[in-house]
Design a binder for this molecule. Structure first.
Ligand SMILES: C[S@@+](CC[C@H](N)C(=O)[O-])C[C@H]1O[C@@H](n2cnc3c(N)ncnc32)[C@H](O)[C@@H]1O
Ligand code: SF4
Length: 387
């Protein structure tokens, strides 16, 4: 049986499944919004969904909430206020709770941000992608450069000192100078955090069916290296594959995923992972993916589309898939605390990874080397169960 000595940190993810328009590169569970979004029914459904989850996490404080999507900034401030005040009543928020809302620059203005803040949101994540009008059109975005700039200024104006800007690089036809110009523009807007993702072409997206021409691997490599230098010089420390933060501004919600903490997921398609120490079990579950099906089933057992207990090998591999994304690696005690198994169960792959120069196994820390970070798949392969 797995053995857990202390409760794991617990987060809450809330999925908002609608957007103004579907972007051609996006494979998230997001759908073009109907004429009117059934917001009141959706908030009721989320609350009913959460109530069913509560018995499994009774008495455990929620350290962070992330409202992602989709485009949750399409919610009315009143709807968001109702959601958060009910959550506060159900869960009892600790004073330091981090509450993030994802926002699309095409859907916001300062007044709206101020109202979101009054409702309890204390961190924004704004999907900028690029500041280049031509690139934004190629990405099918609903906003241009001016709205992107305005969104960051509105975040400051509404009193958010903690916000993230999402940018992507490796865009169709993008040259290195253009990617670096995007980063410099983002830095000039003084966000606390920057997420800098390489554009990937995901199956079942419009881009997969009609692939755009993206930069060659060698160009991407140099772009990434120079981008990292630009961010570091401006005081943004890389702490995960795509995440860069100023001192004290690392995203606690995402860190909890990467450190293999527990999380509840409510909303269409949301995933959760909960440790049940008394039973020595870790269980994953996921909700109905289609918004209408979700609305129809929330509050009943049928809202859970699937559930799976994680076996010992899954736990070891999933822990590594998350924790080895962290640039500083992890405290070796975390493995036992968050998987319920002693670190010795992965001694062999750890030794092998060390021999191959992919990680450093220090007495109290396990840290991927630069080679390990560059060949993360090769490193993770070592933790795959043998056939
Ligand atoms: C779930 S999206 C939500 C953000 C918000 N809906 C928006 O787009 O403005 C989170 C972020 O993932 C990134 N992303 C989405 N699809 C991607 C892809 N195919 N490759 C790389 N990054 C992607 C984008 O930077 C996006 O802002
Ligand atoms: S706005 Fe964001 S979530 Fe919606 S389709 Fe575009 S990238 Fe995906």
């Amino acid at each position: 049986m797995l053995s857990f000595h202390a409760p794991l940190p617990l987060s809450l993810y809330i999925h908002f499944p609608w957007c103004v328009r579907k972007c051609p590169y996006c494979d998230f569970n997001s759908h073009e919004a109907p004429g009117t979004i059934p917001e009141a029914a959706y908030v009721d459904a989320l609350l009913a969904d959460l109530q069913q989850e509560l018995p499994a996490v009774w008495g455990r404080p929620i350290q962070s909430i992330f409202i992602g999507g989709g485009t949750p900034s399409l919610m009315s401030p009143e709807g968001l206020e109702r959601l958060l005040s009910q959550l506060r009543a159900l869960l009892g928020f600790p004073p330091q709770i981090e509450i993030t809302l994802e926002a699309n620059p095409g859907t916001v203005e300062q007044q709206r941000f101020a109202e979101f803040r009054a409702a309890g949101v204390n961190r924004l994540s704004i999907g900028i992608q690029s500041f280049d009008g031509e690139k934004l059109r190629a990405l099918g975005r609903i906003h241009g450069r001016a709205e992107a700039l305005r969104a960051a200024e509105a975040a400051h104006g509404a009193g958010f000192d903690n916000f993230n800007l999402d940018l992507m690089f490796g865009l169709p036809g993008q040259e290195e100078a253009q990617a670096l110009a995007d980063l410099r523009q983002a830095i000039a807007l003084a966000p606390a955090h920057i997420s800098w993702y390489q554009l990937t072409i995901e199956p079942n997206t419009a881009f997969a069916h009609a692939p755009p021409v993206v930069p060659e691997d060698e160009v991407l490599w140099v772009m990434q290296e120079h981008g990292q230098e630009t961010l570091a010089a401006a005081g943004y420390v890389q702490y995960e594959v795509s995440a860069y933060a100023r001192e004290g501004a690392r995203c606690r919600h995402n860190l909890n995923y990467w450190q293999f903490g527990d999380y509840l997921g409510i909303g269409p398609g949301a995933h959760g992972k909960i440790t049940l120490p008394a039973e020595g079990r870790v269980v994953r579950s996921w909700k109905q993916r289609h918004p209408q099906k979700y609305l129809d089933t929330a509050g009943s057992g049928a809202v859970v589309a699937g559930r799976r207990e994680l076996g010992r090998e899954d736990l070891a591999l999933e822990f590594m898939m998350n924790a080895l994304r962290l640039r500083e690696g992890f405290d070796s005690r975390l493995f036992q605390e968050h998987t319920g198994m002693p670190l010795t169960v992965v001694s062999r792959p750890l030794e092998r990874a060390q021999e191959l120069g992919l990680l450093e196994w220090q007495p109290l820390r396990i840290v991927p080397t630069e080679r390990g970070r560059n060949y993360l798949n090769e490193l993770l392969q070592l933790f795959m169960p043998e056939e």
